[in-house]
Design a protein around this ligand. Structure first.
Ligand SMILES: NC(=O)c1ccc[n+]([C@@H]2O[C@H](COP(=O)([O-])OP(=O)(O)OC[C@H]3O[C@@H](n4cnc5c(N)ncnc54)[C@H](OP(=O)(O)O)[C@@H]3O)[C@@H](O)[C@H]2O)c1
Length: 267
């Protein structure tokens, strides 16, 4: 598997021309990792923007996610084939289980086993999970082995640092992807983040992203604006000091943005 590029482009909520424009601009600016999902209803437009970009397929890292309604027997593979058709790709680089089956109606071993079979068939180069708790990760490791799980994509930002889950992932050698790394804009208003940004001549968004990157997480911020897309990509060059990291660590307050009624019992 190709390594997951540390900075990716999120596409949640972006549809039609908005997602085409965001992906096109992102690819022009140098993004090479695009994060979509079946439920976003934008795979066809993401595929269209990729095709129009002229960027070589082997330079791109494309992730999609299997929606909860597609976790039943036969549906993981069939729905991934439908995703590939919409994306206009023969293979994605990474396919994630978007959420654990609501109420664990379908066992982890069943749908992850099928996702592993999808990898064997070449429909995806790597497989992984999203919104998995420690308990779900234990089941996943038991089912397919730690090496097979390329990442756990979870909500992480300065206001929700997910320390228990991260500690478990580190102990197991599992990679973590931080989704909603800006808490959908909420972290940008934090005075501590603003002060650190001013000290570095950077923006609050860059500080939030650098904080995640320095902990080894991949980040997948989304934006509809060229200047924000460019600034987010440049966050890789910002180095925060130990004092900066400690000040941001103190912002933890368990503020979860993505918490649908079918979410698992969080750690
Ligand atoms: N696995 C999951 O269950 C899951 C759940 C949620 C999200 N995700 C993934 O994570 C991605 C990111 O999450 P998200 O899109 O919800 O939220 P986010 O990336 O935390 O925040 C996006 C918001 O921040 C603004 N923004 C972005 N860059 C900025 C900058 N440099 N300065 C100021 N504002 C900026 C954007 O507005 P503008 O458009 O005005 O720039 C947008 O309103 C999603 O797109 C999706 O791919 C995954």
């Amino acid at each position: 598997m190709q390594q997951i590029p540390a900075i990716g482009l999120g596409t949640f909520r972006l549809k039609g021309q908005a997602v085409i424009d965001s992906v096109r601009t992102g690819l022009e600016l140098g993004y090479r990792h695009i994060d979509t999902a079946q439920i976003y209803g934008n795979e066809a437009e993401v595929g269209q923007a990729i095709a129009a970009s002229g960027v070589a397929r082997d330079e791109l890292f494309v992730t999609t996610k299997i929606w909860t309604e597609n976790l039943g027997a036969g549906r993981v593979i069939a729905s991934l084939q439908e995703s590939l058709q919409r994306l206009g790709l023969e293979q994605v680089d990474l396919c994630l289980i978007h959420w654990p089956s609501p109420n664990d109606a379908i066992p982890v071993a069943q749908y992850l086993g099928e996702l592993l079979e999808a990898r064997r068939q070449g429909l995806t180069a790597a497989i992984g999970v999203s919104n998995f708790t420690i308990a779900h990760l234990r089941e996943a490791i038991a089912a397919v082995g730690r090496e097979a799980i390329a990442t756990n994509q979870v909500e992480i930002h300065p206001l929700l640092q997910n320390r228990k889950l991260v500690a478990f992932a580190r102990e197991q050698g599992l990679h973590v992807t931080a989704y909603m790394p800006l808490a959908y804009g909420k972290v940008l208003a934090e005075p501590v983040i603003q002060r650190i940004a001013a000290n570095h001549g950077a923006s609050p968004a860059q500080v939030a992203l650098a904080w995640s990157l320095q902990q080894g997480y991949a980040v997948i911020p989304s934006s509809t604006k060229r200047e924000n897309l460019a600034a987010n990509l440049a966050a890789a060059e910002l180095r925060l000091s130990e004092q900066d990291m400690a000040a941001i660590a103190a912002l933890e307050r368990g503020e979860r943005v993505a918490n649908p009624d079918f979410a698992p019992a969080w750690d």
